[in-house]
Design a protein around this ligand. Structure first.
Ligand code: NCD
Length: 306
């Protein structure tokens, strides 16, 4: 089974993945995948996603073949198209984890692959496995996202982790979603339309202070400079400063949040999330990253239909 976008999962499937991940948090309980090979093919930089996928496969007893800079170190450097690369690698492996800079790349890959494709981020499109990890992290804290109020902050327009998590949340009975960002990186109209169709209440917010006392889950993201082209009509540095300063979470802001609120971030962070938040009891971003291994083990097993 391919894992391409958040919308493909229903609540029961998500729950079964979470149950399995819970079990797999104890490393001795994993099945052994013997001679199975996972290929991790990354055309964009990654720390958490690639390492946690590879750690997950190794924990399951399988093997990994990998390129962490496919643009330079695969035949893409010689002009090979993605489809040809995937067609060939799918003959060498049982599963392909793909990260690519083009939106829709995972869907293109799935059309030609003879093995399951897992989308590990396609441009400004989606990052479904990160969203499932995020929801797992939220559930550990609150049992479910039902009745919770969310604030998605930073680069709402380009953050694929936000897109996928919002699509997942729209399956639940969430109280409200705020999109806290400057106008130029506010959510894409298609995301808002999707939420309207699903009757999920959402609104933009330009000042953290306005909502500080009633948000349960704060989800901060960095400005995705690499997706803004050359800046076009606005100055990139001004934009970066806006996110880093006006929409920044530091410990002073964090202290004003609800005492049981949590602060998440898919990482990497830039100035938008201050280092002094790390010791705040609301910080959950390192737990979020740590949850990646068990959840990705469950997702590898799902993709392999095991
Ligand atoms: C993100 C990504 O690559 O989309 N990180 C991640 O996978 N955990 C976030 C980002 O790059 O800003």
């Amino acid at each position: 089974m391919h894992i391409l976008k958040a919308q493909q999962f229903d609540k029961d499937t998500l729950q079964s993945i979470f149950n399995k991940a819970r079990l797999l948090e104890d490393p001795v309980l994993g099945p052994t995948l013997g001679r199975r090979i996972m290929a991790s093919v990354f055309y964009e930089p990654s720390t958490r996603t690639r390492f946690s996928f590879e750690a997950a496969m190794l924990q399951l007893g399988g093997s990994v073949i990998s390129t962490e800079n496919a643009e330079q170190f695969s035949s893409a450097a010689k002009g090979e198209i993605l489809e040809d690369t995937i067609r060939v690698i799918s003959e060498y492996s049982d599963l392909i984890v793909l990260r690519h800079h083009a939106e829709g790349a995972a869907i293109r890959a799935a059309k030609v692959s003879s093995v399951p494709i897992i989308n590990a981020g396609d441009g400004a499109g989606q990052h479904p496995t990160q969203a499932i990890i995020d929801l797992y992290t939220i559930n550990k804290e609150f049992h479910s996202p039902d009745k919770l109020t969310f604030a998605f902050m930073g680069d709402v327009a380009h953050s694929r982790t936000i897109h996928s998590l919002v699509y997942l949340l729209s399956k639940y009975d969430v109280e409200h979603i705020y999109f806290v960002s400057p106008e130029f990186i506010s959510p894409k109209p298609e995301l808002i339309r999707y939420l309207q169709v699903k009757h999920i209440s959402c609104s933009p917010c330009r000042h953290i202070e306005d909502i500080i006392d009633h948000v349960d889950v704060w989800y901060q993201t960095r400005l995705q400079k690499e997706r803004l082209g050359d800046g076009g009509s606005f100055d990139m540095d001004v934009a970066f400063q806006a996110v880093a300063h006006e929409y920044r979470i530091d410990n002073n802001i964090a202290e004003q949040m609800k005492t049981d609120a949590i602060i998440m971030h898919p990482l990497p962070r830039r100035g938008e999330l201050a280092l002094d938040v790390d010791t705040n009891p609301r910080a959950r971003y390192f737990e979020q990253a740590a949850n990646g291994v068990a959840v990705r083990q469950a997702l590898i097993l799902k993709a392999l239909e095991l």
